[in-house]
Design a binder for this molecule. Structure first.
Ligand SMILES: *[C@@H]1O[C@H](CO)[C@@H](O)[C@H](O)[C@H]1NC(C)=O
Ligand SMILES: *[C@@H]1O[C@H](CO)[C@@H](O)[C@H](O)[C@H]1NC(C)=O
Ligand SMILES: *[C@@H]1O[C@H](CO)[C@@H](O)[C@H](O)[C@H]1NC(C)=O
Ligand SMILES: *[C@@H]1O[C@H](CO)[C@@H](O)[C@H](O)[C@H]1NC(C)=O
Ligand SMILES: *[C@@H]1O[C@H](CO)[C@@H](O)[C@H](O)[C@H]1NC(C)=O
Ligand SMILES: *[C@@H]1O[C@H](CO)[C@@H](O)[C@H](O)[C@H]1NC(C)=O
Ligand SMILES: *[C@@H]1O[C@H](CO)[C@@H](O)[C@H](O)[C@H]1NC(C)=O
Ligand SMILES: *[C@@H]1O[C@H](CO)[C@@H](O)[C@H](O)[C@H]1NC(C)=O
Ligand SMILES: *[C@@H]1O[C@H](CO)[C@@H](O)[C@H](O)[C@H]1NC(C)=O
Ligand SMILES: *[C@@H]1O[C@H](CO)[C@@H](O)[C@H](O)[C@H]1NC(C)=O
Ligand SMILES: *[C@@H]1O[C@H](CO)[C@@H](O)[C@H](O)[C@H]1NC(C)=O
Ligand SMILES: *[C@@H]1O[C@H](CO)[C@@H](O)[C@H](O)[C@H]1NC(C)=O
Length: 749
């Protein structure tokens, strides 16, 4: 008792101390902590147990003794004020992939001459999708997390999902319930697939077993993450027990009410149809209490928010309204018994993805089981394209958050909907059922950082942000602190009105390049839906932006030494090459059909020419991407293997698991290429050889045979899953962005 009281006390004190902000400055701007003073003014202080959800505030000024004083009503308000100071006055920022540029600020930090204030327009800024933890953060180290958490704090995020290491205490619950270790292990999925195991979509692991060392080291990582989140003013959302249990559960509890869930994405029944303990069974509440209390004991009483999804892409076994209500009523009761202050957080994705099942009356019945509206929080997961809050009348009274999803599977295409994330988000606030937060729910964090920044900035501005001005300021802070050349602003302004301004929502998420798809003579271009390839802008417009981007370095050659400039040079050039590939492919297919019908030698020559050009694009792209670690397959694979320490069998399993997610996504290619990437090593070692297989069939008239092509592709892909060619970074290629970009200019013109 004394122990838990102490933890509660620690949690409360941490939430009130500003030490975390001084620590952030020491981490990123060493020696400058004394330049700042942070103080919380009286009133709202935010935190896990504060039920007064108010807007956060900050104010920045210079005191008489020269200190940069940041005051506010919450830690998140102070962190946002610090960010505003860093970007607007010191003109530096911290970014995904590139890292912190705060140390580039002038030695003598500029002192604001007037006071600048701000206030959020929503109490909560949310971050993460359950699947982000697998697509992006699966193998992150503490260092990766530190950067991420600083990024989040500075951008005002105060309600992040916190899934890392969830298995450790869940396993303990299962053990206490009498399940043997082997039965528990056979329930758990590999490191890169834990998100879908947590969702009850898949169970068990293919290619190897989840090692206990992984479970405990992730738990250790989680403890660090939660302390840092709390220190930086964030209220973590922790996992609750969902009801998904090992298949052996009924053998231990023959009278328990368990059912098999539905099959997911064509997986073999051994890996899906996950066993579900019905919430009305008394064992459900018991396990909920065990799981939540174990977490409070391990982490402290740091939150009242619990994430809990039971029907993500898996329909309930019955659509009866009374069954649906019974499910949520009992889940809610179990949760409240475990934590009387609990708020049940759920992703609203199912209401869109399985919209045929989730009619309005079913959504209403389901949500009505939670008898107190304030005990639930629904994430409207894809608000910029497929909002569900209108059709569900604001989730029938439950508090909800307006979220930008943006991409599937951490795919990498330049893409955004700047209009929808500014105008629509603000419009929702003026509706009859306004959200209580704005948030980010990307499947993966893969570039296009500006559209994530933009929505988070919108959370502090009551009118739709003028994107023209926003992009200018963002560009300055990204490549600063030196004044950026005009061409950079121009380049980004063109991007703003083209790639970042999609308004045709037939195709509504990041497009992937067709070069990442299994080659075919049909069906690759203009795809919409879950493997989108349709481009929502004219490729020539991108070329114009790209040329301005590169022209900036003519007047400021020093840009080539700037990691932010290098990163974006690779990213934009990557898209230019991908679009080039698309147009060559279209020409090649036209030539192929003519050749196949006529056997004409001139057309044959054209076909071969296109083939050579396509392969040249792939190899140049591979060289380009291999210049930076953040675009390299080896970074993903090495970080996976590093979790195995010196255990070679584990390292081989983690390597397979990491490869499998981005290619086959399942033991037999169940969701192949869903999480494809534009990465060096993958383009050269996986995609290019696949296109060579394709050309073996396409360059001989009459040879195409679907079954044979599929067989040949599958043979190659299968081999690559375990130590294929091209998985290693060509270390010697790292660096030299400028040289490779120059080659591309020669190629594309
Ligand atoms: C300067 O003033 C601020 C705010 O009044 C105070 O917190 C800080 O300790 C002072 N610093 C020095 C060096 O006197
Ligand atoms: C937060 O600010 C917005 C915009 O000024 C306002 O509409 C809203 O009512 C405020 N919310 C709270 C909880 O005070
Ligand atoms: C299961 O239910 C049956 C019939 O009610 C009862 O005889 C049996 O003892 C129960 N078993 C357990 C393990 O509770
Ligand atoms: C669930 O599936 C397993 C494996 O196929 C089967 O043995 C079991 O009987 C099923 N359980 C229920 C409750 O249908
Ligand atoms: C798995 O679910 C599917 C429905 O999605 C069902 O047809 C099949 O029988 C289930 N298999 C098991 C073993 O429960
Ligand atoms: C929920 O359903 C179960 C099984 O049909 C039933 O025993 C229970 O009484 C129901 N609970 C409520 C609160 O409706
Ligand atoms: C945590 O503390 C709050 C009071 O500050 C209390 O309402 C809540 O029930 C506690 N949570 C748990 C799980 O004990
Ligand atoms: C996105 O913005 C476009 C242009 O303003 C608008 O037509 C469309 O309705 C918006 N989409 C959604 C989902 O709100
Ligand atoms: C919208 O996008 C779809 C998919 O790319 C395309 O087929 C359609 O022509 C576009 N509509 C307009 C009006 O541009
Ligand atoms: C792995 O490292 C540990 C300690 O670092 C050492 O005790 C162990 O012998 C090593 N195992 C192998 C297989 O090298
Ligand atoms: C296509 O290839 C398959 C597998 O190689 C072969 O069995 C089949 O006979 C081929 N079909 C034709 C029409 O050649
Ligand atoms: C090519 O795509 C078509 C249509 O989607 C499909 O039927 C065919 O099986 C695919 N062929 C290969 C080799 O993937």
């Amino acid at each position: 008792m004394l122990f838990s009281t102490l933890l509660l006390w620690v949690g409360t004190v941490a939430a009130l101390s500003t030490k975390g902000l001084y620590d952030l400055i020491e981490r990123r701007l060493p020696g400058h902590a004394n330049d700042f003073s942070f103080s919380l003014d009286d009133g709202y202080r935010s935190g896990g147990h504060d039920t007064r959800f108010l807007n956060d505030t900050y104010s920045i000024s210079t005191t008489e003794n020269g200190t940069i004083a940041i005051t506010g009503n919450s830690l998140s308000g102070l962190a946002t004020g610090l960010h505003r100071y860093l970007t607007d006055f010191a003109r530096v920022d911290i970014h995904w992939f590139i890292g912190s540029r705060l140390d580039q600020a002038a030695k003598h930090l500029p002192r604001p001459k007037t006071t600048t204030s701000g206030s959020s327009i929503v109490p909560w800024r949310y971050h993460f999708n359950t699947v982000t933890f697998s697509y992006t953060a699966a193998f992150w180290t503490w260092e990766d997390w530190e950067l991420e958490l600083d990024w989040m704090a500075l951008r005002g995020i105060n309600l992040p999902l916190a899934w890392v290491g969830a298995e450790k205490l869940l396993v303990e619950v299962f053990q206490e319930m009498g399940l043997s270790d082997t039965k528990i292990t056979s329930f758990l999925s590999g490191p890169a697939f834990q998100a879908w195991n947590r969702f009850g979509n898949v169970q068990d692991s293919w290619g190897g077993e989840l090692p206990s060392s992984w479970i405990s080291s992730q738990f250790d990582l989680q403890k660090k993450i939660l302390v840092r989140m709390t220190d930086l003013g964030m209220v973590p959302i922790l996992p609750a027990f969902t009801g998904f249990v090992p298949r052996a559960f009924p053998a231990v509890y023959p009278n328990a009410s368990v059912i098999n869930g539905s099959a997911w994405e064509g997986f073999d029944a051994d890996y899906t149809n996950v066993t579900f303990l019905e919430p009305f069974d008394p064992l459900f509440a018991k396990m909920q209490e065990l799981y939540i209390h174990k977490q409070v004991e391990a982490y402290g009483n740091i939150t009242r928010f619990w994430t809990l999804d039971q029907h993500n892409e898996n329909d309930p076994q019955s659509g009866d309204l009374s069954y649906l209500k019974n499910t949520t009523l009992n889940t809610w009761k179990g949760l409240k018994a475990a934590d009387p202050s609990a708020v049940w957080v759920m992703q609203g994705w199912l209401f869109y993805s399985n919209i045929d099942f989730w009619t309005e009356e079913r959504v209403k019945a389901y949500l009505s089981g939670v008898e107190k509206d304030e005990d639930m929080l629904v994430l409207d997961l894809f608000s910029e394209s497929q909002p569900q809050w209108q059709r569900t009348k604001g989730y029938f009274g439950k508090p909800w958050i307006w979220c930008q999803l943006h991409n599937y599977g951490a795919n990498m295409g330049l893409y955004g909907q700047v209009e929808n994330i500014t105008v629509d988000a603000i419009a929702s606030l003026h509706s009859e059922t306004p959200p209580i937060g704005f948030g980010l729910t990307p499947e993966g964090q893969e570039g296009n950082e500006i559209v994530y920044d933009l929505l988070l900035a919108q959370a502090w501005d009551a009118s739709p942000i003028s994107t023209k001005k926003y992009f200018q300021d963002w560009v300055q802070a990204r490549y600063g602190p030196a004044k950026v050349p005009r061409d950079l602003e121009t380049a980004w302004d063109i991007l703003r009105t083209s790639v970042y301004n999609n308004m045709n929502l037939t195709s509504n998420a990041v497009p992937k390049s067709i070069l990442e798809l299994s080659p075919n003579i049909t069906g690759l271009v203009n795809r919409v839906g879950h493997h989108p390839t349709a481009l929502n802008y004219a490729p020539d417009t991108l070329i114009v932006a790209w040329k301005h981007y590169l022209a900036a370095s003519h007047s400021s050659p020093a840009l080539w030494a700037n990691p932010a400039y290098q990163h974006d040079a690779v990213d934009i050039t990557r898209q230019v090459l991908a679009n080039r590939f698309l147009s060559l492919y279209t020409d090649a297919i036209t030539a192929y059909h003519t050749f196949n019908a006529s056997n004409s030698p001139t057309v044959y020559a054209t076909l071969l020419e296109k083939k050579d050009e396509m392969l040249t694009v792939l190899h140049t792209l591979d060289a380009l991407l291999s210049t930076l670690p953040q675009f390299s397959l080896s970074t993903w694979l090495n970080s996976a293997q590093s979790w195995a320490g010196n255990d070679t069998a584990e390292a081989a399993f983690f390597d397979y698991d990491a490869r499998n997610q981005i290619t086959w996504w399942g033991p037999g290619g169940e969701i192949a290429d869903y999480a494809s990437k534009g990465w060096g090593g993958l383009v050269g070692g996986y995609y290019a050889p696949r296109w060579e297989v394709f050309f073996e069939y396409v360059t001989v008239a009459g040879k195409w045979n679907d079954t044979a092509v599929k067989g040949a592709l599958k043979a190659f892909e299968s081999g690559w899953q375990t130590q294929g060619e091209g998985g290693k970074l060509n270390e010697e290629k790292v660096g030299g962005v400028r040289e490779v970009v120059k080659r591309v200019v020669g190629l594309v013109g």
